[in-house]
Design a protein around this ligand. Structure first.
Ligand code: NIG
Ligand code: FE
Length: 429
């Protein structure tokens, strides 16, 4: 595995070319090269073009073709690796029981108020050893990889105390070192108010800023700070204080905003120039306008609306308001227990009035932008990471059409073939 690979004869090379978040009409432009080819050398994309162009280039080049792996992508579409920019994939325990209560009519917030929900997972995560979290994390990442995900964001937030938040972040960082998927760690210490701080949300924010964030920063355990800005969780002013404190310490920021109630989270994201605001089911027109103006990426999580039986975020309206839209799974044990990229494609296209082209942009270049990485991943452009997905069908249009089914045939990460359905799955273990 040397990070050298050549893919030729792709019926569609869906480049998603670009180095920044796409807005409005740009989201529909996938920059497809028919009969496309791509060369990855030492993990980085070295050449992109038609098969003919690339063959001519290779004939002139000095590099020995024997140094490269080769994929013949005849009748197959090739896309950039998917970026899942919002997940909570490190947690202890499960909440299958709560899911069945929700099916009988309980709401997510009712369960949370009764001491279930996030608090339930906090207990199980505190009790879990780092190794247990690690082993579960590997399995979950393996599954994500099979769906074509090559970069994932992972949040803490099931500790709500210094030791457990750090334990979660340690596991996330460790996984980033050992797994093929690149991981962007996010500190979500303000995910709920723990029992110890009941009715003392402000004190909890102080505790987070003064005692938990400094060691996280010192050990470089997280790139982002996130907060659950929601009625009965953290108010807009508490979220503002937390995120401002985080930014002063060097974190980039993102928010869970306007998920259940219209609270002004979108407006706060714009005010603070957050990298992204996520969920936005209830975001106001004005909040969306301000986010578009401030270049905040709107990360929409249709799997959560689906699983909670809530109305979907207004995908069409948000794109038409010139706000860059990303899509992500929100994989977590409570509100959305799925890492399925095909499900996200299906929901976005069938229920949010998002076109297939826009959904592809939202899961590649715009998702990269939601992690401030549009310059290095999210498209098939020269000098970006060699992260690629080969579909088992000739067009990206098959992704939502083969509804709910995984259409990924192969995954290339940093120029190495790491997943191959034809060879029975993961190729490296
Ligand atoms: O994004 N909304 C807050 N956090 C997660 C759910 C976490 C959980 O229920 O465990 C979300 O939906
Ligand atoms: Fe979330």
């Amino acid at each position: 595995m040397n990070g050298n690979i050549i893919i030729k004869n792709a019926s569609e090379l869906v480049t998603c070319s670009g180095f920044a978040a796409k807005k409005g009409q740009e989201m529909s432009e996938l920059h497809i090269i028919p009969d496309g080819a791509v060369v990855v050398k030492e993990g980085m994309i070295e050449a992109v073009g038609t098969t003919k162009e690339i063959e001519a280039k290779l004939a002139k080049a000095e590099s020995d073709p024997a140094d490269f792996d080769f994929i013949d992508a005849q009748n197959k579409a090739v896309l950039p690796g998917f970026v899942d920019s919002h997940t909570h994939f490190i947690f202890g325990g499960y909440r299958a029981e709560e899911f069945s209560w929700r099916l009988r009519g309980d709401s997510y917030m009712d369960i949370m108020k009764r001491g279930g929900g996030i608090a339930n997972t906090v207990q199980a995560t505190r009790a879990a050893s780092a190794n247990e979290l690690l082993q579960a994390g590997i399995k979950r990442l393996d599954s994500m990889l099979s769906f074509g995900v090559t970069t994932v964001e992972g949040k803490s937030g099931y500790g709500l105390d210094k030791d457990t938040e750090i334990k979660q972040l340690d596991v996330i960082n460790h996984l980033g070192g050992i797994h093929y998927i690149d991981i962007v760690p996010t500190f979500l210490g303000a995910h709920a108010v723990p029992e110890k701080f009941k009715d003392r949300g402000d004190d909890f924010i102080d505790y987070m800023i003064k005692e938990v964030m400094p060691p996280v920063v010192e050990r470089k355990l997280a790139e982002y700070c996130d907060v659950f800005c929601e009625k009965n969780v953290f108010s807009v002013s508490q979220s503002r204080r937390l995120l401002t404190g985080a930014r002063e310490l060097g974190f980039k920021i993102k928010l869970h905003a306007d998920e259940i109630v219209q609270l002004g989270g979108a407006e706060l994201a714009a005010e603070l120039n957050a990298t992204s605001a996520d969920h936005l089911l209830q975001a106001s027109d004005e909040g969306i306008r301000q986010m578009a103006q401030a270049d905040v990426v709107a990360t929409l999580l249709p799997g959560t609306a689906f699983s909670l039986k809530e109305p979907y975020a207004r995908g069409r309206y948000i794109i038409d308001s010139n706000c860059a839209v990303a899509l992500a799974t929100d994989f977590n044990p409570g509100s959305c227990f799925t890492e399925s990229i095909p499900l996200i494609f299906a929901l976005a296209t069938l229920y949010m009035d998002i076109t297939t082209e826009e959904a592809v942009s939202a899961l590649t270049i715009n998702a990269a932008a939601a992690l401030d990485r549009a310059d290095t991943i999210g498209s098939i452009d020269v000098a970006k990471q060699g992260d690629l997905v080969v579909l088992e069908y000739p067009s990206y249009k098959f992704i939502p059409y083969h509804v709910g089914v995984n259409t990924v045939d192969k995954v290339v990460k940093n120029g190495n073939l790491v997943f191959d359905k034809e060879k029975g799955g993961m190729t490296y273990c």
